[in-house]
Every structure is written in C-alpha cells, then in structure tokens.
Design a protein around this ligand. Structure first.
Ligand code: 4FV
Length: 252
C-alpha cells in the first residue's frame, strides 16, 4: 500500500494544523496513506531566547534563518526514522515550478519527503548547499513563509495516492490528469432559473457523453490554457476536434 511520508520543518507548525486535520487529508492520515510529522525549528535553538534568525552579513533589510537550528532539526528528523532514505526539498521562489507532473512524482516517492519551510527574508545559504536535494516553488510570487507552499505540495500529491480520494477515478479524470483542463460538471436540478443541463448529459448515451466531455475539455483548454495543448496527451480525433474548434472560435 503506497503512502506519502512527509516531515515538515517549520517555525510555525500551527499554520499546517488546520488543513492536515480536516476532510480528505485528515482521513488519509487516519488510513495511514498520508504520514505527516511537523517539527518546530525553534525547538532546536540553544539560547534562552530560542533565536532562530539573525541579521544578514553584508547588511540589508530583513532577517535570515540561522543554519544551526536547521541542521540540528534535520539531524533529529533523520534520527527519528533510522534506515529511512530522505528527499529534502526547500520551498522557495527560486525553485522549479510545482505542477501536476511534480505532484505525480511525489505521490510515487518511496523515500520520506522532508519539506523545509523558509521564513523571514531567506535561509542561510549553507543550508541550501549542504542539506537541500531539490528546490520547489508553487509560483512566481513571495509568501510570508514556506508553510503554505508545503501544504500545496502535500495536498496535490496526497490526493493522487490510491485510496485517498473516494472514487479513484476522479483523480485521473480531473484537470491535468491527461494534461487538459476539466470539462463542465452539472448536477440536479436539470433546469435552474431557466438554465438547462446540456441534453446529452440526460441522454444516458455514455459514448455521446464522453465524446461531449472530451470536446468540452479541449475547448476549455484551447480558450483558457492553450499553452497546455503542447504537452497534453492528444489523439488524432482530438486534433480533428481542436482544428474544428479553432475555426469555430476564430482561434486559428
Ligand atoms: C515560496 C514560493 C515563497 C520566500 C521568503 C518564504 C517565501 C519566505 N515558497 N514557493 N513562492 N517562500 O514565496 O515556495 O521565507
């Protein structure tokens, strides 16, 4: 049984508590399909003020996360899982952009994933040099801390673990599963304030339904994220439909 095993190093474990103790992620932890341990870097400081940051050499604004408590925290994490291999990931704006393919890779990872959450202006470079295997960014913007990014990575990877989502299928079918955006979804009532559900979805003709859904995924991707079409898994039929959509939507 595959499980996602994660250790999170952070100065603010409380930021992670909410999402990890609600709904799907909470159930995944109860089913031992997701194992998340949070470690407070401040527990590995030595001075009575539990100082984890200091001013930058060379002078500039902002504070830098000190190397000592991070190194000590990492050693404690590794000592807590003797014999286990680790993949150490620093969440930072300088990292490779996290996406669905990365989430799939993490969901298949057999090693324990150690997520290091930055805070303040930066982390002492010696942490990156000596301890970090990979750097990941969730997007080109700056967060107050890496915790939110760590939650994004855990959430996106955990839901790809078999058994985490009720109907496994949904993991495959939704956006990005095959590189395309998702098709529209409808539920009861069949008519709401004059807005009708597309007839084909009421037809019971499964062939016609999946053809409509594929066409709608192609249309949504063409209109909203045409960049994805270059890497999507397309059939010859898909390409024919896309050409017709481009003509129809003037997207030539
Ligand atoms: C970030 C991102 C991010 C940088 C300074 C935390 C902040 C602060 N992490 N993707 N974008 N991190 O902005 O992952 O330490």
């Amino acid at each position: 049984m595959r499980a996602l095993k994660v250790d999170v190093l952070t100065l603010f474990p409380g930021i992670l508590a909410g999402p990890l103790n609600e709904s799907i992620l909470k159930r995944a932890r109860e089913k031992k399909l997701l194992d998340v341990r949070t470690w407070n870097i401040r527990d590995f400081t030595e001075d009575k003020h539990k100082t984890a940051d200091d001013s930058p050499y060379g002078g500039e604004a902002g504070m830098v996360l000190k190397p000592e408590p991070v190194f000590k925290a990492m050693e404690a994490v590794k000592a807590a899982s003797p014999g286990e291999a680790f993949l150490t990931v620093l969440l930072s704006p300088q990292g490779r952009l996290f996406d669905h393919r990365e989430a799939e890779r993490f969901s298949r990872e057999s090693r324990r994933i150690l997520l290091l959450c930055g805070h303040y202006e930066a982390i002492d470079e010696r942490v990156r040099e000596a301890l970090v295997d990979e750097e990941l960014s969730i997007g080109d913007y700056v967060l107050t801390g890496g915790e939110t990014a760590a939650l994004v990575v855990i959430d996106a990877a955990a839901r790809l673990i078999p058994g985490v989502l009720g109907d496994e299928e949904s993991a495959y079918r939704d956006s990005f599963g095959d590189g395309l955006l998702d098709h529209p979804h409808y539920t009861r009532p069949a008519e709401f304030r004059g807005m009708k559900v597309p007839e084909v979805l009421l037809s019971g003709n499964h062939e016609a339904v999946s053809k409509w859904r594929r066409r709608e995924s192609l249309k949504a991707t063409l209109l909203k994220r045409p960049d994805l079409l270059a890497t999507a898994e397309l059939t010859d039929e898909d390409r024919k439909v896309l050409e017709e959509l481009k003509r129809k939507l003037g997207k030539n």
